[in-house]
Design a protein around this ligand. Structure first.
Ligand SMILES: Nc1ncnc2c1ncn2[C@@H]1O[C@H](COP(=O)(O)OP(=O)(O)OP(=O)(O)O)[C@@H](O)[C@H]1O
Length: 353
C-alpha cells in the first residue's frame, strides 16, 4: 500500500484513512491493530476491493489492484459474523465457494475433505451449521474462506463473537492454520493481546494513520510514541530530560537527579524534556537507598499470578511495579513504607508525543 487515502463523502466528509503505506510480506501474519473507528475495516475492504481508495496505490505480487473487481483478486475474507448458511451442512458450506467457481465435483470433494481435516471438523461433515457451536461455526467459516486457496486471507475481527476460553484456543488455531497453509493473513483487531500472541508484525493505527509497524516484541518493548505505549499493555510514563544521545541510545536524567541509559525512537534525536515509557514488569521495588526514583508504597494489589505495587513517587507522579508471585517469596514491604523504584539501563523508552 502506498499513500492510501479514503475519504467518505458527506457533510462533514469522513477521512477514514489519512495516508497509509505498508509493505506486507508473503506468508506473513500481519495485524492491523487500533481502537474502534481508526480505519482498520476500511483498509481491509480496500484490499478486498469492496471500497475504492480516494488516492494512493495498492499492489499485490507486482500487480496494480485498482481495476480488479473483488472476485478477480486472489484474496478471501472472513467476517466478524460468519455468514454461514444455517440449513446447509458443514461440508456444503465449505464447498459453496468452490461450486460457485465451477470446480469439478471430485476436486470439490477432495478439497472439502482436506479443509475439514485442517480445521478439525471432519466428524461433523453432515451437521447443519445452525446446529453447531460458535467456535465450530468459526472453524467452518475459516475452512470455507481457505478452500479456494487464496494468496491472501483477510480476517475482520473473526474471534470477537467467541467467549474468552474459546477465543484463546482459536488464537493458537489460527496461527497454526496460517503456518500450515503458508497463506498471508491480514488480521484486523482492537484486542492488543490477540495481536501480540498471533502476529509476525503489527501495524498500530489511530485516527486513520499508521502510528508504528513492528514485531510484537518490538512494539511492546519499544513503543515509539505515547499513543502506542498507552494502547498496548500497561505503561508508566516517567518524566525525564535528555542528557546525551547517539542514534537510538540516550542518557536521561530522572526527577531524582539520577542518570540512566534509555532508548530513543528510531530516526529521531529528541532533546530537552521527554517522557519515558517503562513497563510495570520491567521495574522492581527496592529499599529507598538503592532507588532510581524514591517514593512511598501507597497500595499493594494481589492478582493471583502477580502483585501490583503502587508507588507515590516524590516527584508527584505515580508508578506501578508488577511482580510475579512465587509461593516461596514475600516482598517484605508494606503500605506506607518508604521505598523506591528501579529499572535496568536501556529499559526505558523515550516517547514521541
Ligand atoms: N460507508 C461509510 N460512510 C461514511 N463513513 C464511514 C463509512 N464506513 C466507515 N466510516 C467511518 O470511517 C471511519 C473508519 O471506519 P472503520 O470501519 O474503517 O473503522 P474500524 O477501525 O474498522 O472500526 P471498528 O473497530 O469499530 O470496526 C469511522 O469514523 C467510520 O464512522
Amino acid at each position: 500500500m502506498r499513500n492510501l487515502r479514503k475519504v467518505y463523502p458527506g457533510s462533514p466528509e469522513v477521512v477514514a484513512l489519512a495516508d497509509a503505506s505498508i509493505d506486507i510480506e508473503d506468508n506473513e501474519f500481519f495485524t492491523l491493530l487500533g481502537p474502534s473507528g481508526c480505519g482498520k475495516t476500511t483498509l481491509l475492504r480496500m484490499i478486498a476491493g469492496f471500497e475504492h481508495p480516494t488516492s494512493g496505490t495498492l499492489t499485490m505480487h507486482g500487480k496494480d489492484l485498482a481495476n480488479l473487481p473483488p472476485y478477480q483478486r486472489p484474496v478471501n475474507t472472513v467476517f466478524q459474523s460468519y455468514a454461514l448458511f444455517p440449513h446447509m451442512t458443514v461440508a456444503q458450506n465449505i464447498g459453496f465457494g468452490l461450486e460457485m467457481l465451477g470446480k469439478p465435483k471430485a476436486e470439490i470433494k477432495q478439497t472439502v475433505g482436506e479443509m475439514m481435516e485442517l480445521v478439525k471438523m471432519s466428524q461433523m461433515a453432515d451437521r447443519q451449521t445452525g446446529q453447531i457451536s460458535g467456535g465450530q461455526q468459526q472453524r467452518v467459516a475459516l475452512a470455507r474462506a481457505l478452500a479456494p486457496r487464496p494468496r491472501v486471507l483477510l480476517l475482520d475481527e473473526p474471534l470477537s463473537a467467541l467467549d474468552f476460553k474459546l477465543r484463546k484456543d482459536m488464537q493458537l488455531e489460527l496461527k497454526r492454520l496460517q503456518m500450515e497453509t503458508g497463506i498471508t493473513f491480514i488480521f484486523v483487531t482492537h484486542d492488543q493481546e490477540e495481536a501480540l500472541t498471533m502476529s509476525d508484525r503489527i501495524a498500530v493505527m489511530s485516527a486513520g494513520t499508521i502510528r508504528q509497524i513492528g514485531g510484537p516484541r518490538d512494539i511492546y518493548d519499544h513503543p515509539a510514541e505515547r499513543f502506542v505505549a498507552d494502547f498496548i499493555g500497561d505503561t508508566n510514563f516517567v518524566p525525564a530530560e535528555v542528557a546525551a544521545s547517539k542514534g537510538t541510545d540516550a542518557d536521561v536524567t530522572l526527577s531524582s537527579g539520577k542518570v540512566i541509559a534509555a532508548r530513543m525512537p528510531e530516526g529521531e534525536a529528541m532533546q530537552g524534556k521527554v517522557t519515558l515509557a517503562v513497563r510495570p514488569e520491567h521495574a522492581s521495588i527496592c529499599p529507598e537507598a538503592e532507588a532510581l526514583l524514591p517514593g512511598t508504597l501507597s497500595e499493594i494489589v494481589y492478582f493471583g499470578t502477580d502483585t501490583h505495587y503502587h508507588v507515590a513517587l516524590d516527584d508527584g507522579t505515580g508508578f506501578v511495579v508488577r511482580r510475579q508471585n512465587r509461593p516461596d517469596e514475600i516482598s517484605g514491604f508494606s503500605t506506607g513504607d518508604r521505598i523506591g523504584v528501579q529499572f535496568a539501563p536501556g529499559v526505558g523508552q523515550v516517547l514521541r508525543d
